[in-house]
Ligand binder design. Sequence first.
Ligand SMILES: Nc1ncnc2c1ncn2[C@@H]1O[C@H](COP(=O)(O)OP(=O)(O)O)[C@@H](O)[C@H]1O
Ligand SMILES: [Mg+2]
Length: 271
Amino acid sequence: MAEPILVVDHIVKRFETPEGVLTAVDDVSFTVAPGEFVAVIGPSGCGKSTLFNVIGGLLDGYEGRVSVSGETISGPHAAVGMIFQEESTFPWRNVIDNVAFPLEIAGMAKAERIEKARHFVDLVGLNGFERSYPSELSGGMRQRVSMARTLASEPKILLMDEPFAALDEQTRLLLGDKVLQIQQDLKQTTLLITHNLTEAVQLSDRILVMTYRPGRMKRMVDIKLPRPRSSEIVGSDAFGHYVAQIWNDLREEATKGLKDDESRRARTSRA
Ligand SMILES: Nc1ncnc2c1ncn2[C@@H]1O[C@H](COP(=O)(O)OP(=O)(O)O)[C@@H](O)[C@H]1O
Ligand SMILES: [Mg+2]
């Protein structure tokens, strides 16, 4: 196997809360090979975003170590690009200037950065909208602008934290296809947090299933479906088998999450 591009080594992250110390991520370790696509799945509150924020260098005060290409991460890092659920376009910049922004910050000359931005705008399927402003675009299109902007800085690792969660089902399916295609074109090493089992199985080489509180690794599942994958594969027996297997793991954890929610609600309504 190739040298891993990402090493996540015994990460533990705790938060001080009014109810005491909460262990959000508990001893998570895994490696990712260059070009691999790994989905992270688990019930709400199991520590997925916390894990990503540690990998992206947005949190400190954790145990363990994260390294990218052998270099330890100790703060926000150009090697790690992040895309969040809330799209994060700059409303006062048009599409091209949004996408070119990180290149401008990096000091790239104007002609060069516009050309490069154009390439990534094409890649996410927004050609023809270069001069549009975010307010003139749909939510799905704005999310694609965010995606193009993050990709334009050519991160070694792309972290996507439920990037499609706020979008309607059709837009989400189309964006899933886009991500598959980008994955194929760029061989971009990607980690994706999602609630959507179909999306996870369709896109991933491996799926990390997390437990509910504390967030531990429950299972790492290899998805041995052939690539390139089209949406046709979703109807196959092999695909259904993976979805059922992962749902089995997930259901157990989601049930714990629901019970926890209910008892918390009961406590607060008594108080
Ligand atoms: N900054 C913070 N301070 C205190 N608790 C936090 C903080 N961030 C997250 N948590 C808690 O850590 C747990 C995991 O949160 P999170 O990583 O956002 O879960 P997920 O992304 O899987 O839904 C939750 O119980 C959440 O309330
Ligand atoms: Mg989250």
